[in-house]
Design a protein around this ligand. Structure first.
Ligand code: ADP
Ligand code: ZN
Length: 521
């Protein structure tokens, strides 16, 4: 097909309608396959140019392309954009007035639309499917196709019904598009949509302009506040609960930051307002749950902070991916703490059914290993998405400031013996208070007499938190979430306590400020 007239046409359409000189990597093959009537699966990161993969065939092929999109705001944006290019496009969803819908139906019936955006529930209405079956549909594009999969990070029940399309319209090509790349989800999309030997294009998921950083979380609010003080640009702070979102917003507002909350517990008008304020730079920072995501089309987000560890690498990748869509240097900062991790693991264990449990735990384990990694973060991320790479990126905390390994035996012994003397019934902070020789009313005065009292004065709280975390990663300690997150010693700690082994640990990474060396005091 390469030299045929149609390939020339495709280029022509690209330049005359879209104003682009060249296809990006993969776009042309996807488009050629769709035009040839084949199903396709397009996996490209956010900003990778997915829309063109169905918009151009929509123009090039006879009939109307039907695009399924989960969010009204997304549809609206897209329709406005292509209308501006002179493409005949419209959307239909239940939020519209009857008249408006009727107008679109008229255009559709008269064959005057190249592109029609619909919500899945609208599309799947019996009457709507019937209407379509009397028209020429050029293709179906399923945007955010991972919503079809339980294994994706944003499952939507309506999407599950989309298998009907292939059954009812076996000859119309279906293209699924997503920025989620892991293999399980990918296979599930193909299965759920009933794609027939699809052409698969997977682009690179690397976002080279995003600098990935992980910092030991120890005093989250102070750390976030300090970080924000350094930032001029827009940013998003993700938290794991609505309560935390609201609490953090309040505290940051008190410090004079132009910021607002965004979560599913808020009225939709209020959410829309926040989104607008953010888009127009009237507020600098949005503090949000995962509800703030899809459809946030702001190109100049300079930083994304994870106040809490996400449940999977996909979520982390999606959320951090909202930074730097304009290609300019941006940062993703994760505040990581073992106690948080243990809590998330517990949520997963309690909240997931048997079918999903193992997979969710596995996904979370991958997220944790990203946080724990002492190798290039980008490598961990890309390798997770099966984009094997062996080169160091030079733009993550590990590459920029490689961890220095130190002899950690004595440090570990101090921690472990302190925990033993506290009868393994103290939290990390309590253990640290005793190690550092503190006195306050929450501490049992009997513990001031312990031989380990005050033996850790030389280091900061944050330093000890990092050491404790590393001992947890190494399996010498575990957090007992059932018992108020107290620290328990494992069998593996015995040789360390007895001094029968060596123990290397990394110097703690504590500073939220960019490009600074870790604190060692
Ligand atoms: P995605 O849906 O994958 O997040 P978009 O389809 O919104 O990404 O595309 C991201 C940006 O890239 C848009 O501004 C789009 O106009 C631009 N773009 C897409 N394809 C090309 C191309 N071939 N040449 C130049 N820019 C492109
Ligand atoms: Zn790196």
């Amino acid at each position: 097909m390469k030299d045929s007239q149609s390939c020339v046409d495709l280029h022509h359409t690209l330049s005359t309608i879209f104003g682009f000189d060249e296809f990006r990597d993969g776009q042309l093959s996807v488009i050629e396959n769709i035009v040839a009537g084949k199903d396709a699966l397009v996996l490209l990161p956010t900003g990778g140019g997915k829309s063109l993969c169905y918009q151009l065939p929509a123009i090039a092929m006879p009939g109307t392309a039907v695009v399924v999109s989960p969010l009204i705001s997304l549809m609206q944006d897209q329709v406005e954009q292509v209308n501006e290019l002179g493409v005949k496009a419209a959307f239909i969803n239940s939020s519209q007035a009857q008249e408006q819908q009727q107008h679109t139906y008229d255009l559709l019936n008269n064959g005057q639309l190249d592109l029609l955006y619909v919500s899945p529930e609208k599309l799947l209405q019996h009457s709507f499917l019937k209407l379509l079956s009397n028209l020429t549909v050029s293709l179906f594009a399923i945007d955010e196709a991972h919503c079809v999969s339980h294994w994706g990070h944003d499952f939507r029940a309506d999407y599950r019904q989309l298998y009907q399309l292939k059954q009812r319209f076996p000859d119309v090509p279906v293209v699924g598009l997503t920025a989620t790349a892991d293999r399980t989800t990918q296979a599930d999309i193909v299965a759920q949509l009933g794609l027939n030997d699809p052409f698969v294009h997977k682009g690179s998921f690397d976002r080279p302009n995003i600098r990935y950083r992980v910092v030991q979380k120890y005093k989250a609010f102070e750390q976030v506040a300090q970080y924000i003080d350094e930032q001029d640009g827009s940013g998003i702070i993700y938290c794991n609960s609505r309560a935390k979102v609201d609490d953090l917003t309040q505290k940051l507002q008190k410090r004079g930051l132009r910021c607002a909350s965004y979560h599913a517990g808020m009225e939709s008008e209020e959410r829309a307002w926040v989104q607008r304020q953010f888009l127009t730079d009237s507020i600098q920072v949005v503090i949000a749950t995962v509800a703030f995501g899809m459809g946030i089309n702001k190109s100049n987000v300079r930083f994304v902070v994870h106040h809490d560890v996400p449940r999977s690498i996909e979520s982390y990748y999606q959320e951090t991916g909202r930074a730097g869509r304009d290609g300019l240097p941006s940062e993703a900062l994760l505040l990581f703490d073992e106690k948080d991790a243990a809590r998330v693991r517990q949520w997963i264990e309690q909240g997931e059914n048997e079918e999903r449990l193992a997979l969710c735990l596995q996904k979370f384990a991958a997220m944790e290993s990203f946080g724990d990694a002492l190798t290039c973060r980008r490598q961990v991320l890309l390798n997770y998405f099966s984009e094997l790479t062996h080169t160091h990126c030079g733009n993550c905390d590990i590459c920029l400031d490689p961890p220095k390994m130190i002899d950690g035996l004595v440090l570990a012994q101090k921690v472990l013996s302190c925990i033993l003397r506290l009868q393994q019934s103290a939290t990390a902070q309590y253990v640290i208070d005793i190690l550092r020789g503190r006195q306050h009313k929450k501490l049992d005065p009997a513990h001031f007499e312990l031989s380990t009292y005050g033996i850790g004065k030389a280091h900061s709280d944050a330093y000890w938190h990092s050491i404790i975390n590393q001992l947890i990663h190494k399996g010498l300690l575990r957090v007992d979430i059932e018992a108020h997150a107290v620290l328990r010693i494992t069998e593996g700690a015995r040789p360390v306590l007895k001094g029968e082994t060596q123990l290397q640990i990394a110097t703690p990474r504590l500073d939220v400020k960019s490009n600074k060396k870790s604190e060692s005091k």
